[in-house]
Write a new protein. Sequence first.
Length: 38
Amino acid sequence: MVMRRYYRESSGQGQAVFQAFEKSGEVLNEQGKFTGWE
C-alpha cells in the first residue's frame, strides 16, 4: 500500500519535516508543513 505525503515547503525545512512525519506516521497541520496522509 502506497501512501501519499502532503506537505508545504514553506520554511525551507519541508523535506526534513516530511521525513520526520513519514517516520512517526503522525499528522501535524499546525505549522502548515504537513497536511496529512492519503
